[in-house]
Design a protein around this ligand. Sequence first.
Ligand SMILES: NC(=O)C1=CN([C@@H]2O[C@H](COP(=O)(O)OP(=O)(O)OC[C@H]3O[C@@H](n4cnc5c(N)ncnc54)[C@H](O)[C@@H]3O)[C@@H](O)[C@H]2O)C=CC1
Ligand SMILES: O=C(O)[C@H]1O[C@H](OP(=O)(O)OP(=O)(O)OC[C@H]2O[C@@H](n3ccc(=O)[nH]c3=O)[C@H](O)[C@@H]2O)[C@H](O)[C@@H](O)[C@@H]1O
Length: 468
Amino acid sequence: MKVTAYRTSLRRFTVPLRITVIGTGYLGATHAACMAELGFEVLGVDIDERKIEMLAAGELPFHEPGLPELLKKHTQSGRLRFTTSFEEAGAWGDVHFIGVGTPQKPGGYGADIRYVDAAATSLAENITKDALIVGKSTVPVGTARRLATLVQERHTGPGRISFAWNPEFLREGFAVKDTLTPDRLVIGLAEGDLDAEVILREVYASQLAAETPMIVTDYETAELVKVAANAFLATKISFINAFSEVTESVGGDIRTLADAIGHDARIGRRFLNAGVGFGGGCLPKDIRALQARVSELGLDRTMRFLTEVDEINLRRRDRVVSLAEEVLGRLNGATVGILGVAFKPDSDDVRDSPALDVAARLFNSGADVNVYDPQGNANAAKRFPRLNYVDSYVAAATGAQVVMLLTEWKEFKELHPEDLDGLVQNKVIIDGRNVLNVREWEDAGWTVAALGRKFDPARDMVGLNAGV
Ligand SMILES: NC(=O)C1=CN([C@@H]2O[C@H](COP(=O)(O)OP(=O)(O)OC[C@H]3O[C@@H](n4cnc5c(N)ncnc54)[C@H](O)[C@@H]3O)[C@@H](O)[C@H]2O)C=CC1
Ligand SMILES: O=C(O)[C@H]1O[C@H](OP(=O)(O)OP(=O)(O)OC[C@H]2O[C@@H](n3ccc(=O)[nH]c3=O)[C@H](O)[C@@H]2O)[C@H](O)[C@@H](O)[C@@H]1O
């Protein structure tokens, strides 16, 4: 990129650039705080007044390691502000990132993109100076091109608007690190939109200086890269979980299998952790939305394998429930201690959480369910209030006939048999995430029923107390 092109494009904007982030949930709040950390003036915008009040006061409405510190630092320095006013955002910002939600449609498989449409429209109607709008939400392919036109139609004020797509790949639990030092940046542009590229190179100058690869492409490729990445990750997890079904049947050790194939650099060990499967606000809804979108495009068969990926994933939840039933004889009247209810560790997110789903199913089958999650209890209680939420693993395990580890928080991975001895009625633990040292627990007289291992109650139930 020529220096003159830089100068010409940037002259139309305030430098350092003023950045707004529309939608201040997991993605948007992280992006806003990280942009402030990189030295930009940032305005976070949301329609949720309570969320904006909290963020403006420097309080993060969700759990994300490292983010509270950044939020506090930059709300105090004044570099990071929050508002519900699109009028303020449109008059002030140079670059507007859209990071609003794209949940699964109620009663359908496709993505509900009404929030993205609303955010783009509100911006277009309120922008009064030269600006760049950058979509970040995960959307069905074709959305960016449609929105680029919509924005021009709805913009009647002064200034020129460019439109780009820049999908986000951060993981919850690592959101700050992933934003500040991403594996790659992907930018989708209208053909020949040099201005937009120049501005985004300025926004991501520190990542580019650290030699982060930047892929500059068209809108469609950028949108598809995002869903392809999530579909691949989901497939990898269901691949290993399908092999779990085999090792559960014939014997064998799923962890050893994953380690062994993972040594092949073409395969890689990451995302081959067998267990109760994937959940969260993204992988499940993104593979469904991708199938729905390609069907709309007439490619009915193309992504059909993702139906299998989804079904394998959901069968893992059935299997954990059936393991509990095999261990307990019957669920009705049993007491179960559940460790972990968030969809993954280091997050309080319970959207489509396998752990919460399993806990709810056990409850609906008549079990008393004690639940402890280091961060997820409050969100889980909003969705499923009838479980017995407790504030420690000790309280969850006390009096239980079986303990089930369903989210692999560090404090659960580091449990030793003596930590639970004397608390539970039976020395039986179900390892839904394959993280315990089975030998250690078995040597201490426990029965470990893990996903991906053959389990025969008649043979394996060494830890059952007489008379229970
Ligand atoms: N959570 C994650 O780790 C990642 C999420 N994504 C994608 O980012 C998008 C956002 O996801 P999350 O942050 O998890 O969702 P979220 O539900 O936590 O946050 C969405 C926010 O958008 C706000 N909003 C809705 N309509 C609005 C409007 N018209 N104007 C302003 N704000 C509005 C909501 O009030 C909410 O605060 C989704 O498309 C998701 O697939 C992509 C990568 C990572
Ligand atoms: O689009 C998104 O929102 C994000 O979705 C995922 O990130 P996230 O949902 O935060 O969490 P992951 O670490 O991917 O885990 C997803 C689920 O898969 C499960 N998982 C993960 C890895 C594994 O080996 N086995 C497994 O069951 C986790 O427990 C969790 O329930 C992707 O990893 C991110 O790159 C992406 O940006």
